[in-house]
Write a protein that binds this ligand. Structure first.
Ligand code: ZN
Length: 569
């Protein structure tokens, strides 16, 4: 008698191998048989007509604060994620000196757009060091596994104080102290070390993340510290400008230590072909023996413009700014007044930064998202084109769209990975041997982006719905977000349906799987706002052999654990 049997499903095992029908048996949190006919189980899940996959392993999330109050890490928990890796991009909440809590919250709020009031109310701060943070995470029951990385920004501020926050050059002594913290963190179970090297990531006070300008000596020493601590990934969010020459130290570090290094790769509209050069550089580095992998998304980094979100075309028009703090319903009523409308439309945005102005004026890259949401809309459906066809000014056209559904309408502005107005670049990135699926950014960018639903989207769009280019097979898509992601982070105990591995499983009604349009919720601590997106089709999600979600409802089972360090098969 098995503990749990998933009966008669179409098994997509995560390896990329062809699907096959059969049973999956689980005993004591471990998979004991896959395929064929299993004996009876104390509990059974009827999977006839359904797809059975490993649980998703999402390696790029920012739940570092939320993980201390939310056992389900929604929205990721709704989307079949059974392992979430946090601590990305150099930001996190440990180590944390008691007098630096507000500063760390401001860093996270600035970089990842997570409401500071929510973090202040939600985080209990029963730690100071990184190992103490891990202990605090371990004490809390949860429905999915979590793992984290030592964030450069927090380490630098911990050791160097304001000098670190100001991005001053680290002394040899600073570096030695930081390296000791990194090594201790990895020894205690961090899956790696992360750093932000992009000028787009700024604390709430406008300063870049500590470490943004850290020199190669500092990066090499902190990388060596990961190796001293055991094993871990070095994760980098960088602008990758020629001046930074990241590949030089990344290559040297990986060749010397053997550690995997992974960096975020996106298609930038200002240099739409640069991602190919970076993939070429990655291949060259690998040819020299460096283990470098590019993290890529499966859809654009999609900004959702609307009166409820942080950005829309009129946010910096003075007459709008005067009413911006009023409740939504009142704003909508005021904006319907023809006199105010005329004033707002007559003004121009006060934002001067070229990159930040794009979602305010680039109407040919602005789309109605629709229901079901269309994340790969054709150029002829852009607001700019629709307005022209209707003989309207695009800004007035947008203004009226924003007022629809009582001001709850969202417009889609694919800000990265959509320079060609299609997914051809993403298609090449996703299939490339030196990439790994990532960048869902779960838990982050609450006021403007909700891409934590990416694991569901990979199936609904890339396998089922895509009409503007080639699709992925179900086997390919499942592999990308199970075994592939797990392997890059050294989690060899999961991501595959195979006897002896951890029993993390999704049972999916693939034919009826769909994504709902995103909505704004005010359900973070202190009524903080965040964009949420639900999906349907997950009949059951299973973590360590226990059903944690059934048809979109949490069962109450909390088998999730903190993962400490790489895991053997
Ligand atoms: Zn990130």
């Amino acid at each position: 008698m098995h503990d749990l049997v998933i009966r008669g499903g179409t098994i997509v095992d995560g390896s990329g191998a062809e699907a096959a029908e059969g049973d999956v048996a689980i005993d004591g949190g471990t998979i004991t048989s896959v395929g064929g006919k299993a004996g009876s189980g104390r509990e059974e899940v009827d999977a006839r007509g359904l797809v059975v996959t490993p649980g998703w392993v999402d390696i790029h999330t920012h739940y570092d604060g939320q993980v201390t109050w939310d056992p389900h890490l929604t929205p990721s928990g709704w989307h079949g994620v059974t392992t979430a890796v946090m601590g990305n991009c150099g930001v996190g909440f440990a180590p944390a000196r008691p007098d630096r809590h507000d500063w760390l919250i401001g860093l996270m709020e600035g970089v990842e757009d997570i409401p500071g009031t929510a973090l202040s109310e939600g985080i209990r701060w029963d730690w100071e060091t990184f190992p103490q943070y891990l202990d605090a995470l371990e004490k809390m029951p949860r429905s999915l596994d979590v793992a984290t990385q030592v964030p450069h920004g927090a380490v630098r501020a911990y050791v160097m104080g304001d000098r670190g926050a100001d991005n001053e050059i680290a002394s040899a002594d600073d570096i030695a102290q930081m390296a000791a913290i990194v090594a201790d963190g990895v020894r205690a179970g961090a899956l790696g070390f992360s750093t932000s090297r992009t000028r787009l990531h700024r604390a709430i006070d406008g300063r870049e993340v500590p470490g943004t300008f850290a020199n190669a000596t500092e990066m090499m020493e902190l990388g060596r510290a990961v190796k001293r601590g055991g094993y871990g990934v070095v994760e980098i969010a960088s602008d990758l400008t020629p001046k930074q020459d990241e590949f030089a130290w990344m290559t040297a570090l990986s060749r010397e230590t053997g550690l995997p290094i992974t960096y975020a790769l996106v298609q930038n509209e200002l240099q739409p072909g640069k991602w190919r050069e970076l993939l070429d550089q990655t291949a060259q580095a690998r040819a020299q023996g460096a283990n470098i992998t590019a993290q890529v998304g499966c859809r654009p980094v999609g900004m959702l413009l609307g009166l409820q979100s942080r950005v829309h075309p009129f946010v910096a028009h003075p007459s709008y700014m005067a009413i911006a703090d009023k409740p939504l319903d009142e704003r909508v009523r005021l904006m319907r007044d023809p006199a105010l409308k005329a004033r707002i439309l007559a003004e121009t945005t006060t934002i001067t930064d070229r990159f930040r102005r794009r979602p305010m004026e680039q109407f040919d890259n602005m789309f109605a998202l629709g229901d079901p949401p269309n994340y790969e809309p054709p150029p002829e459906q852009s607001i700019g084109r629709l307005a022209a066809a209707a003989g309207r000014e695009p800004n007035e056209y947008v203004y009226e769209l924003l007022l629809q559904r009582g001001g709850r309408e969202f417009l889609y502005f694919p800000s990265l990975n959509y320079a060609d107005r299609n997914f051809d670049a993403l298609d090449t990135m996703l299939r490339h041997p030196n990439t790994v699926l990532s960048l869902s950014d779960g838990g982050a960018h609450c006021g403007i982006i909700c891409d934590a639903s990416a694991p569901t989207f990979l199936l609904t769009h890339w396998v089922k719905g895509r009409t503007r280019g080639p699709r992925l097979t179900l086997e390919q898509a499942v592999h990308l977000q199970t075994r592939r992601t797990a392997e890059v982070y050294g989690l060899r105990d999961r991501g595959l349906l195979k006897p002896g591995l951890k029993a993390d499983v999704n049972v999916i009604d693939f034919d009826n799987m769909r994504l709902e349009p995103p909505v704004m919720a005010y359900d973070l601590p202190a009524d903080g706002r965040r964009l949420l997106q639900r999906g349907s089709g997950y009949r059951a999600t299973i973590v360590s052999g226990q059903v944690t979600w059934r048809d979109g409802e949490a069962t109450g089972a909390l088998p999730g654990r903190l993962v400490r360090g790489p895991q053997a098969a």
